[in-house]
Design a protein around this ligand. Structure first.
Ligand code: S3P
Length: 445
């Protein structure tokens, strides 16, 4: 899984983006499907699994913990699980690559298993904060040792018998919530997790899908989730929907290239992931959802995105948890809208694969946009005209910064180049080819 380093350049599309495409499977759901499959009794079949680097790391970790994980000739993935509490001690270090979700969720799984494990990741993951999971998980009886500031590599020794957790997550984070719930699976009694604001609920949905008993109460803007520990999880098939965060890049390209009309089929529409679409609606975007349906407990639909003039908006801080991964590409769209877009309360964006507040501002500035940072707010001014472009964007090991920059290049006067495109494969293998199929012009630099 070594990365092959390369630059990519994106030139202005010569024709509108058109046609019907599908994006790869949802990253959040893919990680969880593999983990739940490994913790269930029996054989789970997963179709549409995202075969990106991040998810392949989770697959490898589940194998190292004793589950059988196989890629079948028909493209589905088969996981023969070991049951809750049945994972075995890994013989070597678990390398989670670039993936914060894999690392943090896995900490939750490991903490309540009576085993010793060591985890590391790439340069980006090794600078990300892990204390946010180490602290709450320690209350189950697990002992963690990590580098200064709670950074990877870390080691964990799980207790003989874990205690259930009672935890109020201090920041809106689905990863932290999920780590606590996954830990609670192998502790007797009830694990109770309160989140201050509702975040993506794929873990809760999948717990139910695999037969666990979960209760969710609304609590102001947040939720209290109660999980009955030590259930017998039963293997269950999972059909992974298209990733709305990946669809966001194609959506943006269609909104930026005049005359475009693009259909993105089979996109997951979990309401706690859909903040971007609410915001784009407020900006005046023409996006229609067709063929709404349910797929494996998650809502799915086809997005029909048409080009049109957009105007700047004020994006409230309350929306951050439900569009957290979409701010870089929203900022790119805002740079071509008429007026000012203010994106408020982006503190959590600073601890992603890169500091995305700074990286997003830099990617726009180097291509001639007027952009400001005020505290944790990002402000982008546009006048409805194409940006000059011509910039070389530093992606800082961040797939979403790379993709946002390449989408921008579809509309700028001069091409936009990214210094490192390899990390795109962590979440969106085939991104450049799919963009080009739709009508964009991406090529090696
Ligand atoms: C994710 C949660 C979010 C998101 C990440 C995936 C998940 O992270 O940014 O891409 O699958 O739970 P945080 O929980 O840190 O906000």
């Amino acid at each position: 899984m070594d990365i092959v380093s390369h630059r990519l350049v994106s030139r202005r599309a010569t024709a509108p983006l058109a046609g019907r495409i599908a994006v790869p499977g949802d990253k959040s759901i893919s990680h969880r499907a593999l983990m739940f499959g490994a913790l269930a009794v029996g054989e789970t079949r997963i179709s549409g699994l995202l075969e990106g680097e991040d998810v392949l790391r989770t697959a490898a970790a589940m194998r190292a913990l004793g589950a059988e994980v196989a890629h079948e000739p028909d493209g589905t993935w088969r996981v023969a699980g070991r049951g809750v509490g049945g994972l075995v001690e890994p013989a070597d270090v678990l390398d989670m690559g670039n993936s914060g979700t894999a690392a943090r969720l896995l900490c939750g799984v490991l903490a309540s298993h009576h085993l010793f494990a060591v985890m590391t990741g790439d340069g980006s993951l090794r600078r990300r904060p892990m204390r946010r999971v180490i602290d709450p998980l320690s209350a189950c009886g697990a002992r963690f040792a990590a580098r200064e500031g709670g950074r990877l590599p870390l080691a964990v020794q799980g207790p003989k018998e874990a205690l259930p957790l009672e935890y109020r997550v201090p920041v809106p984070s689905a990863q932290v919530k999920s780590a606590a719930l996954l830990c609670g699976l192998n502790a007797p009694g009830i694990t109770r997790v309160e989140e201050p604001e509702a975040t993506r609920d794929h873990t809760e949905n999948m717990l139910r899908h695999f037969g666990a008993t979960v209760q969710v109460e609304e609590a102001g803007r947040g939720r209290i989730i109660s999980l009955q520990g030590q259930p017998e999880l039963r293997a269950a098939d999972v059909a992974v929907p298209g990733d709305p965060s990946s669809a966001a890049f194609l959506t943006a390209a269609a909104l930026l290239v005049p005359g475009s009309r693009l259909t993105i089929a089979g996109v997951g529409l979990n309401e706690l992931r859909c903040g971007l679409y609410a915001t784009l609606g407020e900006m005046g975007a023409d996006i229609v959802v067709e063929n709404r349906r349910m797929q494996g407990g998650e809502p799915v639909g086809d997005l029909v995105v048409s080009y049109g003039e957009l105007h700047g908006v004020d994006v409230p801080w309350e929306r951050a948890p439900i569009m957290i991964d979409e701010y870089p590409v929203l900022a790119v769209i805002a740079s071509h809208a008429v007026g000012t877009t203010r994106m408020r309360g982006l503190k959590e964006l600073r601890v992603k694969e890169s500091d995305r507040v700074n990286a997003t501002a830099a990617l726009l500035a180097v291509n001639g946009a007027r952009v400001e940072i005020e505290g944790d707010d990002l402000i982008v001014h546009g006048d409805g005209r194409a940006l000059p472009g011509g910039g070389l964007v530093e992606t800082d090991m961040d797939h979403r910064i790379a993709m946002a920059a390449l989408v921008l290049g579809a509309a700028t006067d001069q091409p936009v180049t990214v210094d490192e495109a390899a990390f795109i494969d962590t979440s969106f293998p085939g991104f450049a080819a799919l963009m080009n199929d739709a009508g964009a012009v991406l090529s090696p630099a």
